[in-house]
Design a protein around this ligand. Structure first.
Ligand SMILES: O=C(O)CCC(=O)C(=O)O
Ligand SMILES: [Fe+2]
Length: 383
């Protein structure tokens, strides 16, 4: 059954049309005057912008700073802010500002009325949340320490034990409490994305402080090492949610790519069968519908408390949860710097499987042509 199922999916992947949540999604090319450098100046120590009244996250300015062209990089902090604001504003037209304002009001309304069940979930308590092996690896903060707790069943897909069962239980109960509150108040809430109708966007319920920490202090250090070519070290925003599957809910999830650079997906439980993730290789936008190579096929069965970490552009879907209920915590982590830089690039062979294949093919053709040329020359000199 797998082969037929997989091939059908591979021929007709569905690109996720999910939109970001409060993320600066580029809508226009930046003008040449305010162009960023393609590669960061890693020696440069960025300024802090925390004390300025800015319309964008001060951290975004600090992250962008390393990409300033050399002439601007050495200018005053005010000039740098002006330059970066100019770029950022291009991506925040009036409509986007109104949408962001509406979303802020929506969140404020929920947070003013929703009573959290487990208050401990709303700030970071690492020792209560994470498995000790995961904490140790994060504390050591080396590629070796991360790899020592991980399996890599296919290139670029990492799995590891991450959460304590108590945390999973609290979060499951919190989502249950959210569901109850939604029914009681008849409040219309936004669901995680266009493909998942069950679950909740955790930031909308006030969990962003904890989730920001989760991304910054736990996902980003790992991504910096394992996913540096897709902006792993500059992850600066996230869309985080719990998805729920079961007979009475959504059962499966179609083939898609995430609106993220790096996705963390952790199984919270409970008892279930089915629900395997199927992966079919990493693709850039241009190649999202191209064929899967046999070595790109991977099926993964979720294990409660265990995480799977992958590039957002790694094509995947979830098979039917056939019995019981499955809930997963998902963080779509994004890098505004990476998204900005991507606009100026055409070759993504450092991470897109198809760009890589095409590049190899070009190299092989050129080697063959050179060989032929040499043989011809050899033949000529012999005769
Ligand atoms: O069901 C899962 O575990 C995967 C969900 C997923 O891929 C997504 O929400 O982007
Ligand atoms: Fe996904």
């Amino acid at each position: 059954m797998d082969g037929a199922f997989d091939r059908r999916r591979d021929q007709a992947p569905v690109i996720s049309s999910r939109n970001g949540n409060g993320v600066l999604v580029p809508t226009a090319m930046a003008s040449t005057q305010s162009r960023l450098s393609l590669s960061p100046n890693t020696e440069h120590k960025p300024d802090s912008y925390e004390d300025l009244p800015l319309e964008f996250d001060p951290l975004l300015f600090s992250c962008l700073e390393r990409y300033l062209p050399p002439s601007v990089l050495t200018s005053s902090r005010d000039s740098k802010v002006e330059f970066m604001r100019d770029i950022l504003l291009k991506y925040s037209p009036e409509g986007e500002r109104v949408r962001a304002q509406k979303h802020r009001e929506y969140r404020e309304k929920i947070i003013a009325h929703y009573q959290p069940l487990h208050k401990e979930l709303y700030s970071m308590h690492a020792t209560d949340f994470f498995d000790s092996s995961f904490l140790k690896a994060i504390h050591e903060n080396t590629e070796e320490s991360f790899r020592s707790i991980m399996s890599e069943p296919a290139p670029g897909i990492f799995t590891f034990k991450m959460l304590r069962p108590e945390f999973c239980d609290w979060l499951l109960k919190e989502v249950e409490n959210i569901d109850k509150w939604v029914i009681e108040t008849q409040c219309k809430i936004m669901r995680p994305n266009t493909m998942n109708r069950y679950g909740a966007v955790l930031g909308d319920f006030g969990m962003d402080t904890m989730l920001d920490k989760l991304m910054e202090d736990f996902v980003r250090p790992i991504s910096k090492v394992l996913f540096s070519e897709v902006g792993g070290s500059t992850l600066d925003s996230h869309h985080s949610f719990v998805v729920q599957y079961g007979i009475a809910k959504d059962v499966e999830l179609g083939f898609h790519v995430d609106d993220s650079e790096v996705t963390l997906n952790v199984c919270l439980g409970e008892a279930f069968s089915g629900g395997e993730l199927f992966f079919r290789g990493v693709r850039c936008e241009k190649h999202v519908n191209t064929e899967t190579q046999p070595e790109e096929i991977l099926d993964y069965s979720h294990v409660p408390q265990h995480a799977i970490l992958h590039r957002g552009r790694h094509r995947h879907g979830a098979r039917a949860t056939t019995t019981g209920n499955r809930s997963n915590l998902i963080l779509w982590c994004r890098s505004s710097v990476f998204r900005e830089l991507k606009k100026y690039q055409k070759d993504f062979s450092s991470w897109c499987g198809e760009c890589q294949r095409e590049k190899k093919e070009r190299q092989q053709l050129s080697i063959a042509a050179t060989k032929e040329e040499l043989l011809k020359k050899d033949g000529e000199s012999v005769s």
